[in-house]
Ligand binder design. Structure first.
Ligand SMILES: C[S@@+](CC[C@H](N)C(=O)[O-])C[C@H]1O[C@@H](n2cnc3c(N)ncnc32)[C@H](O)[C@@H]1O
Length: 243
């Protein structure tokens, strides 16, 4: 059996998705509140930047992968307009359920579909834009997921990957202290779950850095990849173009 990592733990490939599902089943109802608290609201600015770079036009077809509680889908929907389409997807039904309710409460009606990014149930070359925010890190076979994201994009279409990355060296120590001391306690206090937030801190450390992810995207079929460092590399936005 092939092994992979779940945070710092080595697990069988087949077990990772189950464990990730456990994390998001546990945190779904408190996910948005925890995002605001943990990032001190910065996730809103990172997503706003992503939406600005995406520059979705009326009529565009957009696929939001690992869309969770729907922040990106909600921002893209009015831009794509009635002539376009935004599909909100995630592998986890608890997260999708919270997201769908939030979208409906905001008056946004769009298709919400459970699907695994590693086996996307969409035809080739169907989308102008694919986005994945803070989701790739949790996937077992990131190479397969990136290749499938490339497959469903039309030539010239773009993939936007917003994800935690390698922070600048001077911030490394305080960031580690915050991640391993504050996050699990905050998780316990707000969501009654310290383990899921320890997993978050560990999974960030195990995720490929800026250059490695760029190389992976090129290997997956993206002809051109730009990297935008945000908040001193705490987070990076990778923009890949299907050539
Ligand atoms: C940290 S949340 C991000 C949610 C949202 N995109 C955001 O930025 O707030 C990560 C999401 O990735 C989803 N996910 C994990 N593995 C996945 C996979 N193989 N396919 C699709 N979604 C996946 C999880 O269910 C979870 O909702």
């Amino acid at each position: 059996m092939t092994k992979t990592h779940f945070g710092y733990a080595q697990v069988d490939d087949a077990d990772k998705a189950k464990r990730v599902r456990g994390v998001f089943d546990s945190v779904a109802s408190k996910y948005d509140l925890m995002n605001d608290l943990m990032s001190m609201g910065m996730h809103r600015a990172w997503k706003a930047y992503t939406v600005a770079v995406a520059n979705v036009r009326a009529g565009d077809k957009v696929l939001d992968i690992a869309g969770g509680t729907g922040d990106l889908a909600r921002a893209f929907a009015p831009q794509a307009g009635a002539a376009g389409m935004v599909v909100h997807t995630d592998i986890n039904e608890s997260m999708l359920g919270v997201g769908r309710d939030r979208l409906v409460d905001a008056g946004v009606v769009l298709p919400t579909t459970a699907c695994d990014a590693e086996k996307l149930p969409f035809r080739d070359a169907q989308f102008d834009l694919v986005s994945v925010a803070f989701g790739l890190r949790n996937m077992t076979h990131k190479d397969l997921a990136l290749a499938d994201m490339c497959r469903v994009l039309r030539p010239g279409g773009r993939l936007l990957v917003l994800e935690f990355s390698k922070v600048a060296a001077p911030l490394q120590k305080p960031y580690d202290w915050y991640s391993f001391n504050v996050l699990p306690r905050l998780g316990q206090w707000v969501a009654g779950d310290s383990q899921s937030y320890r997993y978050l801190a560990e999974s960030i450390r195990m995720h490929p850095g800026q250059q490695e992810l760029k190389d992976m995207m090129k290997a997956a079929g993206f002809g051109h990849v730009d990297v935008h460092n945000l908040s001193a590399g705490l987070v990076a936005l990778h923009v890949g173009v299907r050539c």
